[in-house]
Ligand binder design. Structure first.
Ligand code: CO
Length: 139
């Protein structure tokens, strides 16, 4: 079951410049950064009450976010992520309703999460991530 808006992800061609914008100019707190090998991204997290902004940048200049930035010709809103307390049950339920996913099975995300993306063609052009945090999900 979906329990929260986990984060809003913004793809950025220059991570340091984007951190300056969100932390210094807009005044959000930079909570940390993490390289997520499975997603080939360098990521920065800036919490805002109840959710957070996640800046995503290609790790070593490669991967799906690099392709996205090239196709789009710059940065922009990349995806929404909903937090779920039972990722596997939500995947089954959504597959039954005809939703397609970017990968067959969940993959490792930041903060020890398990994540999966609903294909934007299944969701009105919006890339939607579902994430299960270790504290919420089953062991
Ligand atoms: Co995300």
């Amino acid at each position: 079951m979906i329990i929260a808006l986990d984060h809003v992800a913004i793809a950025v061609p220059d991570l340091q410049e984007a951190i300056r914008r969100f932390a210094e100019d807009l005044g959000l707190e930079l909570a940390g950064t993490e390289d997520v090998e499975a997603a080939q991204t360098s990521t920065a997290f800036l919490p805002v009450t109840g959710t957070r902004i996640e800046l995503i940048h290609p790790l070593r200049g490669q991967g799906p976010v690099a392709t996205w930035l090239e196709k789009r010709g710059g940065g922009g809103l990349h995806h929404l992520c909903f937090r779920t307390d039972d990722l596997d049950a939500d995947v089954v339920r959504l597959k039954e309703r005809g939703y397609r996913f970017v990968t067959e099975a969940p993959t490792p995300g930041a903060h020890g999460t398990r994540v999966i993306f609903i294909h934007p063609k299944s969701a009105g052009g919006v890339l939607i991530e579902l994430a299960e945090h270790p504290a919420d999900g089953h062991p």
